[in-house]
Ligand binder design. Structure first.
Ligand SMILES: Cc1ncc(COP(=O)(O)O)c(C=O)c1O
Length: 372
């Protein structure tokens, strides 16, 4: 059996033809009709009018923060349990991240710890300029708790939905649950443009400003007039064509990932001390990665080793940002939740290209190693 990857791109004839069509159209340029159409397609998913296709989710987060007015020296509250890109975008703005731990119910930002930190910030007379909430592993955070608590103090909320395209919260689409949202189309995400991202907003003017910043902040003059610092963050027309083809299959690919999760749940049901990422009552998880937690760290390590020995890729859960050396100086409001998950958890191969036989093989290897 060839190597089993965690989450490899699921692309085929549809995507190949879309790419070649864009190529043959002559729009082998940064801009073009596929780019506009891709933005409209994603805008339609969110129900918001503003969408700007970018070269990465990280770039989209950076400009989302700038658009919310984050400036050097500001504080920004950020989920600690996430990929580094979320916190890096804060650092790009010259702002300081303050990390908030997860709750055990969803592994997303704890509304209670957030409320405690907001109260402390109020007492310090130093409110954060923004809050960045992550929809971890494709499941939405509890926005009905988080957004009002921030808005009451006039603090904007950015939704890092990099992993959550296609997910919903109480029937509302991920990405459109706060003041602005961000998606990633990196190679390991639920859809991919090989690399790319999207900024989304309910405000068409905000989207225009972000599009301007992402295009080197060029004023419309033949000599390129610049009145502010810009960025080269736009997605290309060719990659947008790939993204549009992938979007047509988003639902099918998400359903396949959910099926894979169900299969793991059946096959691993007998493993003592193993539990799955909790699925929140508000539903709508997109199935991005199947994550499990072992009561016993020794069993987790044994499973990881056995998978690796059998040419199966797995990965620990995210190392919390407050434990990362690069953010050692940052403050954090934590209660041990994400640290426990990092120590005890792992992600299993979950890509929509995986066959049932491959999932069965992963589960067999994991079961044997956990019970040895
Ligand atoms: C939670 C989270 N935020 C941001 C990003 C950054 O996205 P990109 O890789 O497209 O820059 C990722 C993934 O890579 C992510 O998982």
């Amino acid at each position: 059996m060839s190597r089993i990857f965690l989450s490899s791109p699921d692309v085929g004839l549809l995507e190949r033809e879309a790419l070649l069509r864009a190529f043959d159209s002559g729009w082998v340029a940064p801009a073009g009709p596929e780019l506009d159409a891709f933005e409209s397609d994603v805008a339609a998913i969110t129900g918001w009018p503003g969408a700007v296709a970018m070269s990465s989710g990280t770039g989209a987060l950076h400009l989302a923060l700038l658009e919310q007015g984050v400036q050097p020296g500001n504080d920004v509250l950020v989920s600690s349990f996430t990929f580094a890109a979320t916190a890096n975008a804060v650092a790009y703005c010259g702002a300081t991240p303050i990390f908030i731990d997860s709750d055990t119910a969803t592994w997303n930002m704890s509304p209670q710890l957030l409320a405690e930190e907001l109260a402390a910030a109020k007492r310090r007379n130093r409110l954060p300029a923004a809050v960045v909430v992550v929809d971890l592993y494709g499941q939405c955070a509890d926005y009905d708790e988080i957004v009002p608590a921030c808005h009451e103090l006039g603090i904007p909320v950015v939704e890092d939905a990099a992993e959550a395209l296609g997910a919903t919260y109480k029937g509302r689409p991920a990405g459109a649950l706060a003041d602005t949202g961000v998606f990633s189309f990196n190679g390991n995400k639920i859809i991919t443009t090989s690399g790319g991202g999207m900024f989304v907003s309910p405000d068409i003017d905000a989207a225009s400003r972000v599009r301007h910043l992402a295009t080197q902040a060029r004023r419309p003059a033949t000599h390129y007039e610049h009145t502010e610092i810009g960025y080269n963050y736009r997605l290309s027309n060719l990659l947008a064509a790939l993204g549009r083809a992938q979007l047509q299959r988003l639902h099918v690919m998400s359903q396949r990932r959910l099926q894979i999760n169900e299969r793991y749940r059946e096959l691993l049901a007998g493993v003592p001390g193993l539990s799955f990422m909790p699925i929140a009552p508000w539903g709508g998880w997109n199935g991005w990665l199947t994550c499990v937690v072992f009561d016993d760290v020794v069993a987790r390590d044994a499973v990881q080793r056995a998978l690796n020995d059998n040419d199966i890729e797995s990965r620990p859960l995210w190392k919390p940002m407050h434990l990362q050396p690069v953010f050692a100086e940052a403050s954090a409001r934590v209660d041990g939740t994400s640290e426990y998950l990092f120590d005890h958890g792992m992600c299993l191969p979950s890509g929509s290209v995986l066959t049932d036989d491959q999932i069965d093989f992963v589960a067999t290897v994991a079961c044997e190693a956990a019970q040895r």
